[in-house]
Design a protein around this ligand. Structure first.
Ligand code: ADP
Ligand code: MG
Length: 601
């Protein structure tokens, strides 16, 4: 027998635990959701392993989760036949924090206790057991470790790992026993458990059982019955018929009694939502599924269900979350886990990477279940499969369709959508030549027509264009205020042109990559020689005359400003301002120069 060993929790875990055990949380019931979700993850893992190693199941072939409450010992026990953990994994997974962002979570719950319900999003869901328990035992057995181990902790500073004195009772899997706190005894009540488990297991694809008690009225067997039964079991069919006839003849007064029956009752239906006929799935179900999938507490902004047929058969659900993740635009390269891929209902991976879902679209959350992909290959081989490429294309197209549908039918929602994801669409228009047109069509800007909101689409702009106008005029700047002070605007506004205000940092890139829209070129009004096409041109003679007349001034300015400007010319662009500094046609605008300077710092 191995020695039992005591370990200290990582400092951050300790801090988390302190917060968890020292205050009363309204939403502490979420520990059950976290345990069910961990069990489901572990079952997903063994099912995935069994695809390439069919013997993996043998140690415990029946995939499920069972939950038993025992008031006498004040314990709640959750057992799964998932992948299990070795001694080393118990120590690492239940003692240290793998993901970053825990401090962020800690300060969030310090400010607002309800935020504890988001614990799962931060990769520390397990520790929520200490919301309701003062002692926790985790027994676990995995295929790679010949010995079953137990992990025991009373929270805060340390935990102990030892060989399980009961031996290998699990075959394979994990059994978590919570010793329930005095003030949390409600979590041993069957009615409470039924309600919570139904809620949290609805979208889990493995059966979840609760040990439950019901009363039943049963006939009391007489000695005669027992004898008859035994005889009939040994006889052939004819004897059974005989027996039945006899039973009808007798018509005895039935004797009954009421007994309590305890048994495992399945709490979920295990029919994945995406495999059901979408006509039978309500909006509420889609919303709840989104929350189960993402652990977001708010409703999704929108969603779409669709089926792929033909080249590859699959079903998919796409969700648009109500908000872009915090720091979304800064951490874009790290974005992952956008899409959960299943093959024939078996969870394969949620790390498909940017080949599958381009970065600019990684704000959506999706689920794909494909029929035709090979199951018995490694994750890596599967990820390179050409059918995945096909699915990815369909998914991207459907997502853009969904955005267009929101734009068309739900203007208020679309305003929210643009606020959250406008820059992502611009990134898409820059990156994807294929979808450029439909993405550019979705973009919204402020303009001289309405400067208070980013609400002007390029189609709107074009309907207001003047008869001879061939350009979409725009100006860049860091704010509407700054732009409205700009001398370049004057002349266009005076002539009645509408000018698009581009105030997001990504806009400069956008107009460099997207030359125009619908046959109209983007034209920066702060650059080069602006032609309107409706100027009353001076004759060559008149022009010469003017240039000559102002020559002393322009020559003097050229000398004085030689360090700062390339050249000084007479312009027709200004109406009330006497002078303006203009970027050369192929040079950077002042706004871009400022951006570059800021980036260099
Ligand atoms: P997360 O689930 O986000 O990784 P948790 O704190 O819930 O974070 O769990 C930490 C880790 O502990 C899991 O990633 C997993 O490796 C392991 N674990 C927890 N519960 C189980 C279980 N029932 N079976 C196997 N491994 C588990
Ligand atoms: Mg978890």
């Amino acid at each position: 027998v191995e020695q039992s060993e005591k370990f200290e929790f990582q400092t951050e875990v300790s801090r988390l635990m302190h917060l968890i055990i020292n205050s009363l949380y309204k939403s502490r019931e979420i520990f059950l959701r976290e345990l069910i979700s961990n069990a489901s993850d572990a079952l997903d893992k063994i099912r995935f392993l069994s695809l390439t190693d069919s013997a993996a199941y043998d140690t415990n072939p029946y995939l499920n989760v069972s939950i038993v409450a025992d008031k006498a010992t004040r314990t709640l026990t959750i057992t799964d036949s998932g992948v299990g953990m070795s001694r080393k994994q118990l120590k690492e997974n239940l003692g240290t924090i793998a993901k970053s962002g825990t401090s962020e979570f800690l300060s969030a719950i310090e400010k607002d206790k309800d935020k504890v319900s988001q614990i799962g999003q931060f990769g520390v869901g397990f520790y929520s057991v200490f919301l309701v328990a003062d002692r926790v035992t985790v027994a676990s057995k995995c295929n790679d470790d010949p010995v079953q181990h137990v992990w025991i902790s009373e929270a805060v500073s340390d935990f102990t790992i030892a060989e399980d004195p009961r031996g290998n009772t699990l075959g394979r899997g994990t059994q978590i026993t919570l010793h329930i706190k005095e003030d949390a005894l409600e979590f041993l009540e069957e009615a409470t458990l039924k309600e919570l488990i139904s809620k949290y297991s609805e979208f889990i694809n493995f059966p979840i059982y609760l040990w439950a008690t019901r009363t039943e009225t049963v006939p009391v067997a007489t000695e005669e019955d027992v004898v008859e039964k035994e005889v009939s079991e040994d006889e052939d069919e004819a004897a059974v018929v005989d027996d039945e006839l006899e039973g009808e003849e007798k018509e005895k007064e039935p004797k009954t009694k009421t007994i309590e029956v305890s048994e495992f009752v399945q709490m979920n239906t295990v029919k994945p939502i995406w495999t059901r006929d979408p006509k039978d799935v309500s909006d509420t179900e889609y919303v709840e599924f989104y929350k189960a999938l993402t652990r977001d507490t708010s409703d999704p902004l929108s969603w779409a269900y669709f089926k792929g047929e033909g080249e590859v058969e699959f079903r998919a659900i796409i969700y648009v979350p109500p908000k872009a993740p915090a720091n979304y635009y800064q951490t874009l390269s790290d974005m992952q886990r956008t899409v959960r891929l299943f093959v024939k209902r078996v969870f394969i991976t949620d790390e498909l990477g940017t080949d599958f879902m381009p970065r600019w679209l990684s704000f959506i959350r999706a689920l794909v279940d494909a029929e035709d992909l090979p199951l018995n290959v490694s994750r890596e081989t599967l990820q390179k499969h050409k059918l995945l490429n096909f699915i990815s294309k369909r998914l991207i197209k459907k997502a853009i369709d969904l955005f267009h549908q929101i734009a068309k039918t739900e203007p208020d929602k679309f305003t929210d959508f643009i606020r959250e994801y406008g820059p992502a669409l611009k990134m898409g228009a820059i990156d994807s030549q294929q979808h450029r047109k439909r993405l550019t069509q979705l973009l919204r800007f402020a303009s001289s027509y309405n400067s208070s909101l980013a609400s002007i689409g390029l189609d709107d702009y074009i309907t207001r264009m003047k008869a001879n106008q061939t350009s979409i005029f725009f100006i860049t700047g860091s704010s509407v205020d700054e732009i409205e002070q700009s001398p370049f605007l004057e002349r266009l506004l005076a002539r009645g042109y509408e000018v698009i205000y581009m105030i997001e940092p990504i806009d400069e890139m956008l107009v460099q990559h997207v030359p125009g829209y619908n046959g109209k070129m983007f034209t920066n009004i702060a650059k080069g020689n602006l032609k309107f096409g409706d100027e009353k041109d001076l004759t060559v003679e008149e022009e010469k005359e003017q240039i000559e007349q102002f020559l002393p001034l322009t020559q003097w300015l050229t000398t004085v400003l030689s360090e700062y400007v390339e050249k000084v010319v007479l312009s027709k662009r200004l109406t009330t301002s006497p002078m303006a500094i203009v970027a050369s046609e192929h040079g950077w605008t002042g706004h871009m120069e400022r951006l570059m300077a800021a980036q260099a710092q």
